[in-house]
Design a protein around this ligand. Structure first.
Ligand code: HEC
Length: 681
């Protein structure tokens, strides 16, 4: 019977190299993160079409029992689904019934949360030969029996003394499980590691940036990379960054795997490499041999990254006809706002066109080098980076429909003002504080220069050959979900205010939508179960922008929803967020505000946002707390009271006196905003 241990063992056992290579032609299943090795997230299923999508209804929903960000793409084989929740918890679900088969909780120590810039999220698992592979936030790669949920092996992939974390989904190429890591806001050196799927033994490791020049280079190309860094900045002590925390793809014919490399650490290049230089392989797409991790080629989209312009965003492989010639390309729409088409056989630059407004480069020259705008160096004063560090497009998956020829991108603008941090000291990184790790005052301060550019989010249908938008749907806000496209001429996407929507893939016309009761950031999938096409989405608001901001009137309950034609199960009850009023009445000494501001920015702002100005995301905004809570701030800050929810215990890092100063900052900011609001009435 389907859904029994024997059935699961049999069908997951069949997910081998051949099945993964052929996944593109197997739309009944969704075998890996991006559907197939090209990661195009395109399904050939045609039961649900632009004609009948209006009759889509709920088949079942499944409670992920979470309130933090849900970024996972589920994988499915013969109706058996594996999806991850916050804190790297794996759920196995029988999609025929919507019932749980098992869960696996890697029991991530909750203090890991403070090392995670961007929420305690996880983007999903890899499936291979009867096993499920998950990478936990604290850096373990774990092999789990797909039928029973029992652990088979576990490997620590990180130097746990540093602020590394893992949020990405592993991929399996040729029997090796590949996983990167994150942490470039906190002074780490990026690398990616391959493990034998069967035994868990390490097969190879590839570093994206050079280490200490007094030591031998781990790989020959790091010698070339080191020439692009200024050693007077002691980049190896700062970590350098270049973490590879998300995108990968694989071309079995070329036997090349591709990985996107992240930003510099610290962000500020004048601190990282004072004499300039491209700082290879930051913000690059790199091709490696999956057998041994050896370097094949790279293309660097943002040489000398200065703005947190990671190139870890989704990579899609496709064959396109460009100027009359068939080209094997790799496509990316990274944070820096340009859409790249690169020859994936050799890394040759084909084109780069901005898909949103940008102010750091005027374009790319023929060789594929950006023409940087001098003002973007901002040697003095503040600067509004467009795109901002959340990117013109972040990790939110894009999809490519070979029939329309369009790439569907969750594009956005989240402006931010940055300026040199005069208080920056190299070893401040060790305190694990985000703002100091970047080398910038990141403009999240209410006092920073006001932002001039627009905040926006849209679903962008981009033509990679014509290098222009085919159509665009404006959303209410940025930070919308990833996309799925199908041969039914459909594009599916969830939105930040909590709708799950289907559009006509050719025109962008909205055809169907449902309210799912939380902002959506993850990407939907589709698959077939016993002859019926299902569409599933894991919903749950959060991620870097979502921790402190919310655009939905609903709570942040994590849930998997599955829809099919003519289904009519009732949607779960929608729960509104609690109404809150601005904090008032906490007594404080005005002299404490200055230091309180600094302490708050160093230790609290990354999760709680600026009091009152952020509405609060999946973590409460303290400007809307009750007087009693803020008067008793030390009971929250200096104890384990909320540890299980992910609130760090700052005892040993902050004194009671310092907490009093933070109280002063929170109340004073609330008072100031309230006064401003009243004055403008
Ligand atoms: C790593 C993220 C993180 C950081 C950094 C952090 N917090 Fe929290 N905080 C949380 C989470 C998660 C919760 C629990 C939210 C919930 O109720 O689910 C929380 C809860 C709280 C609460 C209780 C709020 C309520 O309404 O119940 C207070 C007060 C608080 N934090 C204060 C602080 C202060 C002050 C700082 C800085 C010294 C700080 N936090 C730093 C994550 C963080």
């Amino acid at each position: 019977m389907k859904g029994t241990t024997d059935h699961i063992t049999a069908v997951t056992g069949g997910v081998n190299d051949l099945a993964l290579i052929n996944a593109k032609n197997d739309s009944k299943n969704w075998l890996s993160y991006g559907q197939n090795y090209s990661e195009d997230r395109f399904s050939q299923l045609t039961e649900i079409t632009s004609e009948n999508v209006g009759t889509l209804g709920l088949k079942w929903s499944y409670d992920l029992n979470s309130t933090r960000g849900v970024e996972a793409t589920p994988v499915v084989v013969d109706g058996i689904m594996y999806v991850t929740a916050p804190w790297s918890i794996v759920h196995a679900i029988d999609t025929r019934t919507g019932k749980q088969l098992w869960t696996y909780d890697p029991k991530v120590p909750r203090e890991t949360g403070v090392k995670a810039c961007c929420d305690v999220v996880n983007r999903g698992v890899a499936l291979y030969q009867g096993r499920v592979f998950v990478a936990s936030l604290d850096g373990r790669l774990i092999s789990i029996d797909a039928a029973t949920g029992t652990k088979i092996w576990e490997q620590v992939t990180l130097d746990t003394s540093k602020s590394y974390t893992i949020t990405g989904a592993p991929r399996v190429f040729k029997g090796k499980v590949i996983i990167g890591n994150g942490g470039a806001e906190y002074g780490v050196r990026g690398y990616i590691t391959a493990y034998d799927a069967e035994t868990g033994e390490q097969a190879w490791r590839w570093y994206s940036v050079p280490g200490n020049p007094d030591q031998p280079f781990e790989q020959p190309e790091l010698e070339m990379a080191a020439e692009t860094w200024d050693p007077s900045g002691k980049y190896w002590e700062l970590g350098g960054g270049g973490t590879m925390w998300d995108a990968m793809a694989y071309d079995p014919e070329l036997n090349l795997m591709y990985v996107g490399v992240g930003n510099g650490s610290p962000w500020n290049r004048r601190l990282r490499s004072p004499g300039g230089g491209d700082n290879l392989f930051l913000s690059s797409i790199v091709a490696l041999d999956p057998d041994n991790g050896s370097y094949k080629w790279h293309y660097q989209g943002t040489p000398g990254d200065h703005w947190d312009y990671t190139a870890t965003q989704p990579l899609i492989l496709a064959d396109l006809e460009i100027e009359g010639a068939k080209r094997k390309v790799i496509m990316q729409a990274p944070k820096n706002g340009f859409f790249f088409v690169i020859d994936r056989t050799n890394g040759e630059f084909i084109s780069a066109q901005n898909f949103v407004d940008v102010n750091w480069a005027s374009g790319y020259d023929e060789k594929g080098r950006p023409m940087e705008i001098t003002a973007a160096e901002y040697k003095s004063g503040s600067y509004e980076a467009i795109p901002g560090p959340n990117g013109a497009h972040n990790w939110h998956s894009m999809s490519f429909n070979p029939t329309t020829g369009l790439v569907y991108i969750p594009a956005q603008g989240i402006p931010i003002v940055i300026e040199d941090d005069p208080n920056w000291v190299a070893n401040s990184i060790e305190s694990g504080a985000f703002a100091s790790g970047t080398g910038w005052n990141t403009g999240v301060l209410s006092s920073a220069t006001p932002k001039k550019s627009a905040t926006f989010g849209h679903l962008l249908a981009w033509d990679p050959v014509k290098k222009e938008a085919a159509w665009k749907v404006e959303h209410a806000s940025p930070w919308n979900g990833g996309t799925l496209s199908t041969a039914g001429n459909l594009v599916f996407q969830g939105t930040a205010e909590g709708r799950f929507v289907a559009y006509n893939a050719s025109t962008g016309e909205k055809l169907w939508e449902v309210q799912v009761g939380t902002g959506v950031i993850a990407a939907p999938i589709t698959y077939e179960v016993d002859g019926q096409q299902f569409v599933s989405i894991a919903a749950g608001w959060g991620g870097s922008h979502g921790m402190s901001t919310n655009y939905s009137e609903y709570q942040t309950q994590g849930r998997v929803y599955t829809f099919a034609l003519n289904e009519k199960a009732p949607m779960p009850e929608l729960k509104l967020r609690e109404a809150s009023s601005i904090l008032s009445g906490v007594a404080y000494d005005p002299q404490d505000i200055g230091l309180g501001t600094k302490l708050y920015i160093t230790h609290c702002v990354i999760c709680h946002g600026v009091p009152v100005l952020g509405k609060g995301g999946n973590i409460p905004n303290l400007g809307f707390s009750t007087k009693a809570k803020i008067e008793n701030l030390k009971t929250f800050v200096l104890t384990d009271a909320l540890k299980e929810l992910g609130m760090p215990n700052f005892s040993g890092k902050l004194t009671e006196d310092e907490v009093t100063k933070i109280q002063a900052f929170i109340q004073a900011t609330a008072d100031a905003v309230k006064a401003q609001m009243e004055a403008s009435k």
